[in-house]
Design a protein around this ligand. Sequence first.
Ligand code: C2E
Ligand code: CA
Ligand code: CA
Length: 615
Amino acid sequence: MNILIIDDEQSLHEAYGHIFAKSDNQKMKLVQSLEEDLFGENVSDDVISLLPRANLSYAFQGEEGVALVKQAKDNGQPFQIVFVDYRMPPGIDGKETAMRIRKIDPDVNIVIVSAYADKHIGEILSEAGPAHKLFFVPKPFSSEEISQLANALVSRWEYDALQIKALQQKVLELAESEARATQIANHDFLTGAPNRMYFMRELSIRSQENTNNFSLAILDVDKFKLVNDAFGHITGDDLIKKIYNEITTQMPPNTFIARLGSDEFGLIFHDCGEEKARQNCEKLLSIIKRPIKILDKDIQVSASIGLFVCKSCCDLEPIEKMRMADTALNFAKNNGRNQYAIFDEKLDESTKFRRMVISSVESAIKSGEIANFYQPIVDRDELEIVGFEALLRWNSKEFGPISPGIFIPIIEDSELIYDIGDWVIKNAINDCKNWPNHYVSINFSPKQFRRPNFVEFLCEEANSAGVSFDRIQIEVTETAIFDNIENAQKLLRKLHDLGFKIALDDFGTGYSSLVSVKNFDLDCIKIDKSFVDKIGIEKHSDAIVHSLTNLAKRLGINIVAEGVENEMQCQALRLLGCSHLQGYLFGPAISAHDASLMVLDKMNEIATATNAKAS
Ligand code: C2E
Ligand code: CA
Ligand code: CA
């Protein structure tokens, strides 16, 4: 134990020396005899050195003592006790000395030794306290008094030191477990990547730096659900881990990469303007497209990326920046996936428009803004109307007419397509009641086509309207068929066997070949307008239509040419063997009421002609 004596009298220095030497000897003797009892003669020096022996330092004046306290503290060997005499002329007195010592060392025990100090106890306590570290011993003192006090103070000092050590250990442990908790809270369990929360914090730090010299990308693995469905979740998880590892190793080292959700990653490219960010996105797309080996299987996926480049003037909130990148991502996905899109204001407008469509389509149906219109389909020989194609029309009060080519793909991305699709079927079948001997051709989106109980629903609607199944034609696209060929084949056969007609829409725009046509129970093929436009102009197109019509004739399939706008097209298509024609030349889509009148007029005409013939 380190003890400091501050007293102006040499004789008192010596007195303290005797007291502590005696006390040390007594302690050593006691321990030595105990050791000898236990272990025999030889007591090791180690044991003796463990005893708290008094290590005394002396000062004659207060200032000198204060300096020693400071020095000991700075050396990491502070005093545990300082005995301070109250009167030490000519220097500062014990009160002042104690006050200065306390400022240097808040832990040291100060013992004021004096016959006069008790008069100033309150004052000294308030300046050099606290009370449990400041003691008063009246002069003259006995050696027992001093050694007992010293022993008690040292034990307490050592006990406190131990407590502090234990506390420090606890603090360390807590800090460690806090660090672990923070790691868990900020990272994704599967990949170990930073999670969305961490990503948002990083984004906000970047944004606060005010330089804004970074780009933000959100990457979404295309059709990841299919991987999960086809290979199981374990493979799906593995794929995500491998993708994360690939992109972390291949992206520039200062890229911050986080897993934002199941198959979504967020990237912050530091010090990165538009050109560099574009290059990074291209690289990401090519990395993800490479086959990834999982359990001996090569799995190949693609990704869509939304990119937002922060320009120096950009003072948007992080959440807004995310929204921009997300908007660009949606655009990339809707534009066919496997690509990146960079955010610009026009994209934002289109997102707002998409949201408007989704949120108002149902009320538009209720208010009558959306309705089924019907475009006539005529036969080749007489150019007489034989049926109508149901085409949706939306006359929005806010935006004016919105083409189904625009709003249908938007609602096809949501569950709304089911309700809208049902509504179209119900109305088309009901309207068709008013056109005896004419059929109605209804467009189906691929999603609708995959719906369970789809056939039952169609039968029920037709039965309750009293319309025979053969007056209802379903227009399916190649995507609907080729998305799930087996299922499509079964479903089409079922419908065909029940008597419904099936048309393959938009022929010539996709990848259907004449061969694939034979594999399905089709009643009709509709040649797309873009193909019709080339008739009489491109020999190649004429040849395809000609062989298609020949094949169709043999298979008993009708061929409808769509988008016929002029006489020349009409005559050419008739010559090439199309069985039916549809287009503005024969009329645009009209309301259900007008379609009924048109049919009624035609029937009256026929009746008049027949009567005239008969009479
Ligand atoms: P689609 O099935 O190929 O329909 C033919 C489109 O060509 C219609 O456009 C029609 O108005 C247009 N058209 C017809 N004749 C001519 C012509 O001579 N010249 C020109 N320039 N265009 C002509 P619309 O009504 O805008 O429909 C676009 C697409 O929206 C449709 O293409 C169809 O895929 C989809 N659609 C419309 N109604 C429905 C529906 O009720 N359900 C589903 N799933 N899709 C629908
Ligand atoms: Ca169609
Ligand atoms: Ca079509």
